[in-house]
Design a protein around this ligand. Sequence first.
Ligand SMILES: [Zn+2]
Length: 103
Amino acid sequence: MPKKISERQVKRQISEYFPWCPFCCFERLQIDVRPERNHDYVHCDNCGAKWEIDAQEKIRSVKLVTTSVDRKGKELLEKETEPKFWQNKAWLCVITRKTPEKS
Ligand SMILES: [Zn+2]
């Protein structure tokens, strides 16, 4: 059985994939990593979204387990996704937010 990577490494990898919330761009995501559990979690106190992280020798997949309060990501709920997917989505969140509105 592959040994799970250390708590510190998991946290570092999670913060790379989740630099901020992919739904609301909130920058202080809660990373909940515990070595005795099979899964780790990331959650956003701002919009209420929560992800389950499957980390073994590295982060293998990410699953959205709770959508944001305004139901963002409902089509992705309970689906196994690539961690990179969320990283792209986080960047997209910031790009769309920071684009000045054309008058
Ligand atoms: Zn959020």
